[in-house]
Design a binder for this molecule. Sequence first.
Ligand code: UD1
Length: 348
Amino acid sequence: MKKTSEQKLKVLVTGGAGYIGSHTVVALQQHGFRVIVIDNLFNSHAGVIDRIGEITGVKPEFHEFDLVDTDKTDSFFASNADLAGIIHFAAYKAVGESMENPLMYYRNNLVSLMNILEGMRNYKVANLVFSSSCTVYGQPDELPVKETSPVKEALSVYGNTKQMSEEILRFSVGAYGIKTIALRYFNPVGAHESALIGELPRGVPNNLAPFITQTAIGRRDRLSVFGSDYNTPDGTPIRDYIHVVDLAEAHVVAVNRMIGNKTKSDYEIFNLGTGKGYSVLEAIRSFEKVSGQKLPYKFVGRRSGDIEQVWADTSYANRELGWKAEKDLDDMMRSAWKWEQALAKGNK
Ligand code: UD1
């Protein structure tokens, strides 16, 4: 039975104008949810909300404020106690910046989470999906990495805020009757097929895929490949790249799992990856293949804090969530390239 708009379940997406958030808002709306976005636009643009409207035909309700603001967060919950669930993306995510200004990261990433949890406790909102990262595993002793693999000492403040957030959640959920699913993302890449939304890094990109596409479009001279002497088949590090659209779908599954009372415990953790690892050179080759462009690059020294190789054991997520990443590295690179070309035409 098709629900009318009045009957639609309401989901809050914090950071919904951001990279993974915006793709998730699209997926939620396409699955029939009514979405409310909170975003302070620190690392995103209001135009993204319009783009979501263009893709789905529905512009989500948008509130621009900072979730570190306890009073504003409380007022929001006071008028939205009927939320079926919350997906919490809003956080700072630049590793280098987090090392230069740790308190900026601890305050933003932890206080906003605590404000949300207080809102959930005070207004009896039950279901939270939390945006975590494979960074919590560091360099795992065994590959592929399972959800039960040990969390290693963080190499960055950013990574530490993800670990601390997971701990805050682990101890809070039981006390307040809140259910949480923490999703540990591997390396999100790509953009929506419409090329209306995608990754919009601030300044010089830190991550590989936006650096590749910005180089190809001519905004950067060449890509620096950080290290060629790793203990991997071609000497460059290996990561589990996952298409952001696959990642977005997993969030819809997680929300439905909680709403449908299918969770096995109050606090669940899932790896979101493809289960396949690719080296930096393989990623470059994939980009060159799908774009038909030669990418200028040079080998430079290792980047401090980089790990050698990591990819996910996705069997638990595949089995329990009934979700599997469908798109491959070529799809990721093709959509990222289409998005970069759209951006160059002023599509933001
Ligand atoms: C980084 C963060 C991680 C975060 C993730 C989000 C670090 C140390 N880790 O992961 O905490 O969760 O982004 O997506 O920053 N590379 C180059 N040249 C470049 C850029 C990257 O060779 O200009 C290489 C890196 O050495 C790495 C691979 O590409 O081997 C992927 O890098 P990146 O996209 O930055 O992701 P991670 O470092 O895995």
